[in-house]
Design a protein around this ligand. Sequence first.
Ligand code: GLN
Length: 448
Amino acid sequence: MRISEWLKLLEEKGCVEAIKGLLEKIERSELNAYITVCKNEALKLAEDFDKGRLRGKLAGIPVAVKDNITTTGVRTTCASKILSNYVPIFDAHVVERLKAEGAIIIGKTNMDEFGMGTTTETSYFGVVKNPHDLTRVAGGSSGGSAAVIANGEAVLALGSDTGGSIRCPASFCGIYGLKPTYGLVSRYGLIPYANSLEQIGPMANCIEDLALLLEIISGKDERDSTNSGRGFVFRMEKISKIGIIKNMEAEDSIMDKFYEVMNNFDYEEIEISSLKYALSSYYVIAMSEASSNLARYDGVRYGYFSPQLSSWSDYYSRVRAEGFGEEVKRRIMLGSYALSAGYYGKYYLKALRARTLIVDDFKNAFNEFDVLVSPTMPSLPFKIGELKDPLTMYKMDVNTVPVNLAGLPALNIPVGFVKGLPVGLQIIGNYFEENKMLSFAKMIEEFS
Ligand code: GLN
């Protein structure tokens, strides 16, 4: 559902009735897309709206928030047992912005544990199902946010994208999702997985809604030292040169669909050779940062704790052994290994060097092109349980992680169906050129 459709509903029934209808829909849903539904808070705000007390650019609009973004008084779990009882005492910057514009936070969405995954199967709260086929995954890690948008269980949603976690589920669920330029949106209140890679971004059912949500969440925030201070205002821009990254690939049926769309435009093909290092350097950097970020979960200050007290090191080990899932443990171990004396130069520093090569290659490419495009995901949504070994799963991020390594903006736009399943196209822009990406997305939309 788009904002314009929701506003019509508000006019017809009023906000309380509209929100009640939405809550019933969520209750009946089989998708498992929400971890927490904010029923009472949402109804109270709906009442305020009907009495004319809720104002702003998002007044009365239900927004879903990924469960790694803090919300005062509402449990924020990162889909992990270790944070399953954590109730934050502060709002993330983006949540403050939503509230200031009168949005109704309808619930917190399911995700891969701490954002680590591509299918939302690593969640402690169970897998999210794909609205287009309940036997398949919704993508990850922001699988819940994408599924609720596709299924009309919210009008807008926030996700986070460390290596593709907005674009992958957007592609698998057939919706729009945008990962902003690094530094455009404050990460204050985003529980970190890999800080140097991740951004919070909007997910929606059309380009205008996506752009509006980005306008609201972007901008200056001194609490995040990597925040650029820049804001974003949507306007159409001229696109003169389009490049297809020919070494970003997908299975044949997706490539056919991709070229069916792209053949409506003049484009050139470009090969970015350093992309062959992207997956390995991404996983070394992401796991290294994760191993350091997740050291804070000690079962003492907040989160899951064990009643059995023992020595500090036994206690710390037990809480973490019980509180983290398998994938998170794997990454903490691999990350600690890559950062340890003797291996640091061999893995971590090398990954940083590869990252610089990728940044330079993209900079050169953007001297020539306004936007670069590729298929978002190399394959269609998998069956639940189909991806068994971690390496095969990591490989699915091949087209999305280069963007995070370079800090560039990128979005997923749905371009149709193959075998009844959604296919997404990725548009990558130069730093802070979200408007060019969105303008090209609009051109594609007009053709299809
Ligand atoms: N699938 C990638 C990973 O597991 C990306 C996840 C994300 O963007 N949070 O690291």
